[in-house]
Write a protein that binds this ligand. Structure first.
Ligand code: ZN
Length: 502
């Protein structure tokens, strides 16, 4: 009895041991039988095991049919170095066909024949002078014609068809007296087009209009729309939506001029242009410009204070000016004077006789001031505006850039006032700000280094030379960045369009 019970105990212990070991034991036994599976290799590396090679091939075939249909091609290329090899293995970590397919797609997508276009990087400068780093990018098309037509579309958005045709065919009219000749139209970015197997997981452009949209706006998403309200003008709509009128015109090619008729309820596009390459046009222009006469004040001590008489009326002169103008994507970025200009007619000074004692301001040699254009004096010796006030490329240009007067030409105070800033700043370069004591301030930036003639606290009069035109700070060419502010610039003031003062 005792013996028996011992035996029973032993059996139950063994049973427990066997039961406890059931699961691992069973697995170990089944693994002893190797299975025939397929190992999938991509680029020489195993990406998993599958049960059926045929099932994967069928799945791929099926996907290829979808791709063929989507792109209208008759051949889809498998990734190169995709290998499927039979393997007898104890490894039973089998992947599903779908999992393997996803892995293949992620590592090395299927390709179709097409064109790979590389658009090289070009750095540029924003209107506030900050450097914008360019990015190299690839664009894929089925047919290179699509790309060529889209490039044509973009170029024609910036250069009129007629101008472009004449330039391309060498049929531009020579300049006899005044006129314009396009010296060059170039795309600054290096563009290479090559026939290649292109990956189907990337955007492949199949039509010109979609690609044109991308090349113009940097996206194929629909651009923001605006419904015209009673009383709207193109200028207002553009400014209120932080784009320039030029950009508005390009985004809405159905309008022929900024005075085009708008009607309430009309839908317009407000897209901010982000051209994917830089179309650079260099123009040679010759035009006649009226030159201002100077006003001389003579003091007659025999006459009472307050007496004023024009002894000689001023007559404007005419100067023939030659300039080289550089435009990037339709916007003028630089105006450079060619030579000093040919005087066709000398201006005649205006002479004013005033009574009384000489005032302190006019005794020191400021007897001559640049003629007024209304109340405000023009701050430069030439009048070309190379960059207007307003939005461009998404940034507000809070001044006008006056260019074409030449390096070192005079910059004049636009009105009497007190100098409140005369300094160097990385973006403005050498600059001066004047408080005119009537709520308005003017600012003059990018002067020649060391050319500032006035310091903080100095009183200046309209037409007084305060410095020379240069390109210090963030300036792409010789110009004066001239701003008129209501209130102190950047400290609570509001920048105004200087051109509305002249
Ligand atoms: Zn500027």
């Amino acid at each position: 009895m005792k013996k028996n019970s011992m035996k029973q105990k032993l059996v139950s212990i063994l049973l427990i041991l066997v039961l406890a070991g059931t699961i691992p034991l069973l697995t170990a036994f089944s693994n002893k039988e190797p299975q025939t599976l397929y190992r999938v290799y991509l680029k020489g590396k195993s990406i998993g095991l599958i049960k059926s090679k045929e099932a994967l091939e069928d799945y791929i075939d099926n996907r290829q049919n979808q791709i063929k249909e989507k792109f209208g091609v008759n051949k889809v290329y498998l990734p190169e170095d995709l290998d499927i090899e039979k393997e007898v293995t104890f490894d039973n970590d089998v992947s599903s066909i779908k999992e393997i397919y996803k892995k293949i797609e992620n590592i090395s997508p299927f390709t179709i024949r097409g064109y790979e276009i590389t658009i090289g990087a070009v750095d540029s400068q924003a209107v506030d002078g900050t450097e914008i780093k360019g990015k190299k990018q690839k664009v894929y098309v089925l047919d290179k014609k699509i790309f060529e037509e889209a490039v044509d579309n973009i170029v024609h958005s910036f250069v009129s068809e007629e101008d472009y045709e004449n330039y391309a065919n060498g049929t531009q009219k020579e300049i006899k007296d005044v006129g314009k000749i396009i010296e060059s139209i170039t795309i600054e970015n290096k563009i290479t087009i090559k026939r290649a197997n292109i990956p189907v997981d990337k955007t492949i452009y199949q039509d010109t209009s979609t690609l044109s949209k991308y090349l113009m706006f940097g996206t194929i998403e629909d651009q923001q729309k605006y419904i015209v309200q009673e009383g709207d003008t193109i200028e207002d709509i553009a400014f209120n939506n932080k784009i320039s009128t030029e950009e508005f015109m390009i985004a809405n090619p159905s309008f022929t001029s900024t005075n085009s008729l708008l009607y309430p309820g009309q839908e317009v596009t407000l897209g901010i242009l982000k051209p994917q390459f830089r179309v650079v046009e260099v123009d040679h222009v010759v035009f006649d410009e009226e030159t201002n006469y100077q006003t001389e004040t003579q003091y007659d001590n025999t006459k009472e204070v307050g007496y004023s008489e024009i002894k000689q009326h001023g007559v404007k002169g005419v100067t023939r000016i030659t300039q080289k103008i550089q435009k990037v994507n339709g916007a003028t970025v630089d105006v450079a004077a060619v030579g000093t200009g040919e005087v066709l007619k000398e201006p005649v000074n205006e002479i004013i006789v005033r009574g009384g004692k000489k005032t302190s301001y006019y005794s020191g040699g400021y007897g001559t001031v640049v003629a007024t254009r209304g109340q405000w004096g023009w701050p430069a010796t030439c009048s070309s505006v190379s960059s207007p006030f307003g939005y461009r490329w998404g940034t507000l240009h809070d001044a006008i850039d006056i260019a074409g007067c030449g390096y070192g030409s005079n910059i004049f105070a636009a009105q009497d006032g007190t100098v409140v800033q005369s300094a160097y700043k990385y973006d403005n370069g050498e600059f001066i700000t004047i408080d005119h004591h009537n709520g308005y301030y003017t600012m003059y930036a990018h002067m020649v280094s060391g050319s500032r003639r006035v310091k903080v606290g100095d009183y200046v009069v309209k037409g007084q030379v305060i410095g020379s035109m240069g390109m210090t700070g963030a300036a792409s060419g010789v110009h004066v960045h001239f701003a008129i502010w209501r209130g102190y610039p950047y400290r609570g003031g509001t920048p105004l369009n200087p051109l509305s003062f002249y």
